[in-house]
Write a protein that binds this ligand. Sequence first.
Ligand SMILES: CC(C)(COP(=O)(O)OP(=O)(O)OC[C@H]1O[C@@H](n2cnc3c(N)ncnc32)[C@H](O)[C@@H]1OP(=O)(O)O)[C@@H](O)C(=O)NCCC(=O)NCCS
Length: 395
Amino acid sequence: MAARRTDALIVDAVRSPIGRKNGTLSHIRGDDLAAQVVNGLVERNGVDPAEIEDIQFGCVTQIDEQAWNIGRNVALTVGWPVSVCGTTVDRQCGSSMQTNFNAAAAVWSGQLDLVVSGGVEMMSRVPMGSNHGSMSGAVHERHDIVMQGISAEEIAAKWDLSREDLDRYSYTSHMRAARATDEGRFEKEIIPVELDLPSPDSGSTLVRTRFAVDEAVRRETTVEKMASLQPAFVPGGRVTAGNSSQIVDGCAAVLVASEEKASALGLEPRARFLGFGIAGVDPHLMLHGNPQACERALAKAGLAWDDIEVIEVNEAFASVVLQFLADTGLRERWEAGDVNPNGGGISLGHPLGATGARITATLVSELERRNARYGIAAMCIGFGQAIAGVVERLA
Ligand SMILES: CC(C)(COP(=O)(O)OP(=O)(O)OC[C@H]1O[C@@H](n2cnc3c(N)ncnc32)[C@H](O)[C@@H]1OP(=O)(O)O)[C@@H](O)C(=O)NCCC(=O)NCCS
């Protein structure tokens, strides 16, 4: 591993419960939700918010309530001193893994000592694509740019993944997420949220409600029900609503510190970042870069797959995870429960800009639960990229 001045410590990593599409969290703005999450993060660690130098937040659909640099707006919404800076990062689905990378790099290089890295995406309130992006004709001349669901279909075809395989993977994701919920595995990472919900009796009356449990998991689903769903993107295709990540609302945040700052504030770090990797791949197939990103992150960390005990690979689509397992030869480790042991984007949902920090929080909790040392979190990214980060639990 390259020599560094200081470790980039993960003091703590938390998240909101994830709300299903048009569900509980559709009644709160993203900045108001994020304010509760980052406040919970600093409060439970006894950190004076004035010590935070920067909030780096991932958010993909930066329009309307999520525009105007939501990273800074979170600091202002929670009422932290105006000295707490904030920025917003868009590396599409990898945005809050990128903020981890940015925060760790800033700490490693001695430029910052205490950073909140996280993300938020309220997909019910600010729909994916509502920021109406477009690309230069030059890109379209070189590449056949399609939507993610089409790439997921093409990956399924190219890697010869059957509909049954995609559905079985996805069913397992729901069962694992339900078990993790029942066993309380998410309790340490979830910051319960308070919000006003319309009363079921009279929509105009608001009832203060505490929301603490992930809402998108379909514990009642069966392989047969999933097999009956129609293809979502291509007639006759294999990708359905059941084997795609769910559209949801959520927020997650990681407190990253230098060793000097952690020791000065008496903080007890739970883990540290060891290395990151990014990979650029064909923008048409788009979602198949996880193996390369992991390879690079592992090389930076000086580790190999055999060292890694827990693997989080964002479930953008079942085909993406199965392609990752095929390319890395890790299929048996998924069967054994080392890959996405507590479900993922298919069962819990994938709040785009928040997912990188969400899977980091879940990874750290799971390393602790297993008394394990090394873990990796990886995610594919729209238009042909991927990003991965390696984490070491600190006893
Ligand atoms: C695939 C997608 C278009 C489906 O959207 P949707 O139709 O709004 O999805 P829903 O959750 O309403 O599910 C559709 C139907 O399937 C059913 N369904 C979904 N998952 C199910 C499951 N696991 N078991 C049983 N039924 C299921 C729903 O109950 C619903 O049934 P209904 O129409 O009778 O109510 C959407 O989830 C999507 O775009 N996902 C990918 C997001 C994305 O691209 N993210 C970036 C990744 S790179």
